[in-house]
Design a protein around this ligand. Structure first.
Ligand code: C5P
Length: 212
């Protein structure tokens, strides 16, 4: 059984809402993404719970703050045992350097562009993202959250590319504007993809049929 390079985004108020999916997905996908909604409701113990179940944990807190706050928050996240943490590249150079220098040995820092996948892609947005990613690289960030349309350019900067906004062909796009299928994103060069609603709507297909 091969582990698919997918993070399941568990966006909700309680980890219990996802108990069924978490059990079924064990051994089939790489890790779990915890966003602000769940982290705020459940608190830091959610990381511990998921780590105990053997998951890689991606804490999507999208830090955006002054260098001191980013540094100390990064240290706290590293102490929790999370594996990945997101930080807004727009936090500025010093904050990104502080995060990179204080993440410890196991946490990896992912830079987030100000252009999220809920924003439509244009040439100028694409240029903005590319500029931000180059800046993130110079600050020692490990990887980036990258829309599918920008993966081919971003491969020249980062190996660790994580792509959200993933939908199967017949899925509803919901609030996402910049979407792609799992195979497109992986074939373009994403190391991991993030899937939330699309996993919940197609659980059996993801487990049994999706080949990446
Ligand atoms: O349900 P869906 O697959 O659209 O969920 C996508 C997840 O990825 C959400 O948790 C969202 O917060 C996150 N995300 C995103 N776009 C980014 C960064 C994170 O959709 N640029």
């Amino acid at each position: 059984m091969s582990v698919k390079p997918i993070f399941f985004a568990i966006d909700g108020k309680s980890i219990d809402e996802f108990e069924f999916e978490l059990k079924r997905l064990e051994g089939h996908i790489y890790g779990i993404k915890v966003g602000l909604e769940l982290f705020i409701s459940e608190g830091p113990s959610v990381v511990e719970k998921l780590k105990k179940q053997g998951w890689k944990v991606f804490l999507d807190l999208k830090l955006h703050d002054i260098p001191n706050t980013v540094r100390e928050s990064t240290k706290s996240v590293a102490n929790l045992g999370a594996d990945f943490l997101t930080i807004h590249i727009a936090s500025d150079i010093e904050a990104l350097i502080e995060a990179s220098n204080n993440k410890g040995n196991t946490l990896q820092i992912l830079g987030v562009s100000s252009a999220l996948t809920s924003r439509a892609m244009t040439n100028s947005v694409s240029e903005e993202i590319n500029k931000e990613f180059k800046q993130a690289k110079e600050c020692g960030v490990d990887g980036v959250i990258c829309p599918a349309s920008e993966i081919s350019k971003t491969k020249e900067i980062f190996n660790l590319i994580v792509t959200p906004g993933i939908r199967l062909k017949n899925d509803d796009k919901n609030d996402q504007k910049n979407v792609a299928t799992p195979n497109f994103a992986i074939n373009e060069g994403a190391k991991y993809i993030v899937m939330g609603r699309s996993i919940r709507n197609n659980l059996d297909y993801i487990i049994n049929d999706l080949e990446l």
